[in-house]
Design a binder for this molecule. Structure first.
Ligand code: ADP
Ligand code: MG
Length: 444
């Protein structure tokens, strides 16, 4: 590795760490480390031995994946302890975290998941402003606030955004941000240690509970019940709960009771961003890593990666690493050779009745099977008509074929639905907006 490459790897490691730990942890422990080496081995300058111990105790695995290893598989790094000008630096830093209590494990928010870093577009504007509302008045606007949507679309980002905002604007509130898996692990730990009451007391004393990926509560009956009880205690005291999930409540395999509780407040769908928003996200991420990305290349990438923001981010990271190592500027050729395997088939060919039904079901929080079914209940029949309208608009197939894909409906049912929605669209602005958003989602 050349000096330049090692230095660049160190910068990549720092970015990785920033995403890994809380701001306080990063500033206390990681930021003071300086990269000094210009010889064979990587040398890190640390203000005292505690920082060195901290890094090796907590992040050895990460170091091993970024830097060369010695014969024993240990990271090939040497440390240089350099006392600061002030003697103070020799002292053990005061904020060295105590052994974290079992409840604090998941308290740290990802530093970059803030509202400011969240790019808005038609697919997520509503959900972002709802999140801002929740963060501004916890427990007093939408409670619970339930965010659902596909993988890599920014659900966790917004959840942490709520956390960051509350943490800095309502300093006294007790807040816990936890993945459903960590919650289950906590519960298992306390069951084993016969300390469930302590855990209950802790959770029930919170002001804000942020729960990521509730779908992992499916098929975990005992845990579900415990979670549901805690949920009720908090909600009954107007404590704010925010939940993310890959599906709307009605599609989760959870008890009716749990589903009903989650539908009490606001259920909001995070759609896939449209082309312009994807371009804005690419440009924002490129700027963050100092990569100059011409507009037409951003459009080109955004046209080929369309349903996952995490992949857009991955594309920028890959492109920027390649350009830096090869001393190249991004060009069409460079993009093709580095990113083509990440590219997806053109979106249009993917539109199908299934996809339309899936998007409409998410948007209106009904089951896909209801849209194919025959129930005339308004909360199902109306979204079904919208799905039929969209299918006729978006698919160039025969009406008979489309109608039969809706669980064997007739051609005249489909035409009736289409006419009704088309007519209503002329006067109903809310419906126009809903259809526009669903369409964005289907076509994205
Ligand atoms: P999810 O929880 O929905 O799977 P994440 O919240 O983990 O997705 O988001 C995946 C990545 O994409 C994160 O790094 C996040 O910061 C980024 N991201 C998603 N949506 C946006 C957005 N609208 N603006 C900026 N970054 C975004
Ligand atoms: Mg997530």
């Amino acid at each position: 590795m050349s000096f330049e490459t090692k230095k660049a790897t160190w910068s990549d490691f720092l970015v990785f760490m920033q995403n890994r730990c809380s701001r306080a942890e990063f500033e206390n422990w990681i930021a003071p480390i300086k990269y000094v080496s210009d010889c064979e081995q990587i040398t890190l300058q640390v203000p005292n031995v505690f920082v060195q111990e901290y890094l090796l105790d907590n992040y050895k695995e990460a170091l091993k994946s970024f830097f060369p290893k010695d014969k024993k598989g240990e990271p090939l790094i040497s440390f240089l302890i350099k006392e600061g000008e002030k003697k103070k630096a020799l002292k053990k830093p005061e904020s060295k975290p105590k052994k974290k209590s079992e409840f604090e494990q998941s308290l740290s928010f990802n530093m970059s998941y803030t509202f400011e870093n969240f790019i808005e577009g038609p697919s997520n504007q509503f959900i972002k402003s709802a999140a801002l509302g929740v963060a501004a008045k916890p427990g007093r606007s939408y409670n619970p606030f339930f965010i659902h949507g596909g993988v890599g679309l920014g659900k966790t980002h917004l959840l942490h955004g709520v956390g960051h905002h509350i943490q800095s604007h309502h300093k006294k509130l007790r807040i816990q941000c936890i993945t459903t898996e960590a919650f289950i692990n906590d519960l298992v730990f306390h069951l084993r240690n016969k300390s469930v009451d302590r855990m209950k007391r802790y959770y029930r004393s919170l002001d804000i509970l942020l729960v990521d990926d509730i779908q992992f509560l499916q098929n975990r009956l005992n845990f579900e019940e415990e979670f549901c009880n805690m949920f009720e205690v908090l909600i009954n005291q107007n404590k704010q709960i925010v939940i993310t999930s890959d599906k709307p409540p009605g599609q989760l395999k959870l008890s009716e009771r749990m589903i009903a509780r989650m539908e009490w407040g606001l259920v909001a769908h995070m759609g896939t961003p449209d082309l312009e928003t994807r371009v804005a996200i690419l440009q924002y991420k490129a700027e963050a890593v100092d990569l100059h990305l011409p507009n037409q290349l951003a459009f080109y990438i955004a046209e080929h990666i369309y349903n996952n923001v995490r992949q857009l981010e991955g594309a920028i990271n890959r492109l920027s690493a390649y350009c830096r190592l090869m001393h190249l500027k991004p060009s069409q050729d460079v993009v093709d050779s580095t990113l083509s395997e990440m590219f997806q088939a053109p979106a249009r060919s993917k539109i199908s009745v299934d996809r339309i039904i899936h998007s409409v079901a998410s948007m209106f929080n009904v089951r896909e099977s209801d849209l194919r079914g025959t129930s005339r209940a308004k909360q199902v029949a109306y979204p079904r008509q919208i799905a039929m309208y969209l299918a006729k608009e978006l698919l160039g197939e025969s009406l008979i074929k489309i109608a039969s894909a809706f669980g064997g409906k007739t051609h005249s049912t489909l035409l009736h639905a289409w006419k009704k929605i088309a007519q209503q669209l002329e006067t109903d602005a809310v419906l126009r907006r809903q259809i526009q958003m669903t369409r964005h989602n289907i076509e994205a």
